[in-house]
Design a binder for this molecule. Structure first.
Ligand SMILES: Nc1ncnc2c1ncn2[C@@H]1O[C@H](COP(=O)(O)OP(=O)(O)OP(=O)(O)O)[C@@H](O)[C@H]1O
Ligand SMILES: [Mg+2]
Length: 478
């Protein structure tokens, strides 16, 4: 906040013009006063002027202050009211308090005293707002780490999350759009001993290419046009916490090199800077892209991939775990009824069946959006309509779903019992893996397991060879 404080707007509802005059004279620097001469005008001005505070006279011609207060109580989020009483009005104190007045001031008053009362009330409002903000934040956090589902594949994912949360291993979370990758990332943070520190999310696809480096690593004043001062990057903000690099598959190659270097050396320099900065950050990444494909096509560095992918968490698409649908339905009904103050809790068995049978191209997010609409409109019949629309979108190729290759390095938790995999990318991925295993084994035998020599022959980096040996579980006896 700068020195130019925003003035606090106070609506004075009083038929005596002297009151406003005295207040404006005495308290002008911090407060702006607007005035209404009677209750009717006053109530109107609460909506038009949106004051932060109201000073309300008890005795006025027409509507009394108490009646005005009663009417104002019908408004949602009305500002706090301080009652002003003349001689002999003290008998109304109790009634005003019952109606929720925050304070009571006697006429004639000393402006300084009024100021103290006003500041006291405003301070209380601020505290209350802070508490409710905190509560909201806690609810959101709680919600984000609530990974609903008890199907076999989800239980396996949850078990893996618990096992690796408190390790330093880098985790790559994969899965179609809307399967809960972000919840998984937040759960990893919440279940780790880093939970008291920051969880910093960076969406690598949403930040323009030339800004992403500065965003991640910060910059020094003058590093580029518009860099007016030094700025910390997200890695610094995430120190001792977790950084979540979402849509990592969209990071451009140059930045991939810098990221790899940072991960290996555990330090970096800001853009335009010279000083090395050391941070202790846990890395979690997510993507719904086929990274193996990108690697083969030269769009993603394999050595970075292996570095980021010490553990792979694969989130199963919703269609592969229809048993979770009723649980998710209850969870979202609960959530949105609470949020929108509704009482729409039960769906008919037919609707539940319809939801369970649907193939959910947009996964949990799509289900969540649908249920939000159902609650807001308190009408389950829109589900049939929405499902018909969504089905049509898939046929015409508007779906957001992206295939996830069945083959993946590292520890995995995948859904079993899925239908035959006709995906070209994933079939080719498997073939590539088979061919890699064959070739690497051959070269390793030929070089008598001299890994440096083998890497040279294979024309890949020594590091990627080590990762591949580990991931394919190759050993000398093979
Ligand atoms: N298992 C789950 N339990 C409760 N809510 C879930 C679950 N999975 C997903 N959601 C909800 O669905 C929505 C989408 O989840 P999330 O943002 O984590 O998906 P995502 O995999 O990151 O998708 P995208 O690739 O599109 O970013 C969120 O509102 C999330 O709260
Ligand atoms: Mg996401």
């Amino acid at each position: 906040m700068g020195r130019e404080k925003q003035k606090i707007k106070v609506l004075v509802i009083d038929d005596d013009p002297k009151v406003v005059w005295i207040l404006s004279e005495g308290l002008a620097p911090n407060f702006e006063f607007v005035t209404a001469r009677d209750g009717v005008e006053g109530i109107q001005m609460v909506s038009t002027e949106k004051p932060n505070l109201i000073l309300l006279d008890i005795k006025m011609p027409g509507m009394s202050g108490l009646e005005v207060l009663e009417k104002l109580n019908k408004q949602e989020d009305r500002p706090e009211v301080i009652m002003i009483s003349g001689h002999g009005d003290t008998k109304y104190v109790v009634e005003s308090m019952r109606l929720g007045a925050a304070e009571f001031i006697d006429k004639p008053f000393d402006v300084r005293e009024v100021e103290i009362h006003m500041n006291g009330v405003l301070e209380r409002v601020k505290l209350r707002e802070e508490v409710s903000e905190l509560k909201k934040e806690l609810e959101i956090r709680d919600d984000l780490t609530k990974f609903v589902g008890d199907s076999e594949p989800v239980m396996r994912v949850k078990a893996l999350i618990e096992q690796v949360a408190d390790s330093e291993l880098s985790v790559l979370i994969r899965g179609e759009s809307g399967t809960g990758k972000e919840i998984a990332a937040r759960s990893l943070h919440q279940l780790s001993s880093r939970r008291e520190k920051q969880f910093i999310k960076v969406n690598c696809a949403a930040i323009p290419r030339d800004l992403l480096e500065a965003e991640l690593f910060g910059y020094e004043k003058g590093a580029f046009t518009g860099a007016h001062k030094n700025k910390q990057g997200r890695f610094e903000l995430a120190d001792k916490g977790t950084i979540f690099l979402d849509e990592i598959g969209d990071m451009h190659m140059e930045l991939q090199s810098k990221l790899l270097q940072v991960l290996e050396q555990q330090e970096f320099v800001r853009v335009g800077g010279v000083q090395n900065i050391k941070v202790d950050v846990r890395i979690v990444c997510a993507t719904n892209k086929d990274i193996e494909y990108a690697i083969n096509a030269g769009g993603f560095r394999d050595d970075l991939f292996y570095r980021l992918n010490e553990i792979t968490l694969i989130l199963p698409p919703l269609r592969e775990r229809p048993g979770d649908v009723p649980l998710l339905v209850n969870h979202f009904l609960e959530k949105y009824n609470k949020q929108y103050k509704k009482e729409y809790y039960t769906l008919s068995p037919e609707t539940i069946n319809m939801l369970t049978a649907f193939h959910w191209p947009g996964n949990v997010r799509q289900l969540e959006n649908m249920l939000k609409q159902v609650v807001v409109r308190s009408d389950e019949s829109i589900i049939a309509e929405l499902i018909a629309q969504a089905g049509h979108q898939v046929k015409t190729g508007v779906s957001q779903a992206a295939p996830v290759p069945a083959f993946s390095a590292g520890a995995t938790a995948t859904a079993e019992g899925s239908t035959t995999d006709y995906s070209l990318k994933s079939r080719v991925g498997k073939k590539v893996a088979e061919e890699e295993i064959r070739l690497i084994s051959e070269v390793l035998t030929k070089t008598n397991w001299n890994r440096r020599k083998a890497a040279e022959l294979l024309q890949i980096s020594y590091r990627s060879l080590l990762y591949k040996i580990k991931d394919y579980n190759l050993n000398i006896t093979k």
